[in-house]
Design a protein. Structure first.
Length: 186
């Protein structure tokens, strides 16, 4: 950046900031920025064994009214190895897809989705209606911790009549609070 500053001052002093001078300044600036962005520790330059995992950590919780156990899926891949019972113990944080993800829930060993929602697929929050499916603006972030709750749906949908449940996705804060204090979401 020092070179860019010196070159720009020299061009301004010589009043060469015409079309050629401006082009040269822009190219010099872009080149210096791109060269400063080069880093030997880029993800693909690191030995495969030392690369951080590119997956989101998600804990799945069954908070449905129905007593049936559920399985969780990201897109078409089953994430949970055993069905999770209502208000029962969860398998802890599991690796799932990050970014734009469609999470689905099936009951028991069935394959019919009881809930299916896309997270990270919208620039804004889109409420489910009879004409539009739910879309959440924020999906899971790689190497962060999250919790996905399956809860009873309050209103039925004509668009997705098979979806009898809803999904609530939250980001978890695992930092240790100060003594005598509790973590808050604010």
């Amino acid at each position: 950046m020092k070179i860019f500053k010196i070159l720009s001052q020299s061009f301004l002093r010589k009043e060469l900031l015409g079309k050629r001078g401006l082009k040269f300044l822009i190219l010099t600036g872009l080149t210096s920025v791109s060269l400063s962005a080069c880093n030997k520790a880029d993800y693909l330059d690191i030995d495969a064994g030392a690369r951080p995992a590119l997956s989101a950590k998600v804990k799945f919780v069954n908070a449905r009214v129905s007593p049936g156990a559920v399985q969780f899926w990201d897109f078409t891949r089953q994430v949970t190895s055993t069905a999770i019972i209502r208000n029962g113990s969860t398998p802890g944080y599991l690796d799932t897809q990050y970014g734009k993800v469609q999470y689905n829930v099936t009951e028991g060993t069935g394959t019919t989705y009881k809930a299916s929602y896309l997270f990270g697929g919208s620039s804004i929050f889109v409420q489910e209606t009879d004409k539009a499916s739910f879309a959440g603006p924020n999906g899971p972030i790689a190497s962060y911790y999250h919790t996905l709750f399956v809860v009873p749906k309050l209103k039925s949908s004509k668009l997705n009549p098979g979806n009898t449940d809803s999904l609530v996705f939250v980001y978890d804060d695992l930092s240790v609070p100060a003594t005598g204090k509790a973590n808050s979401f604010c």
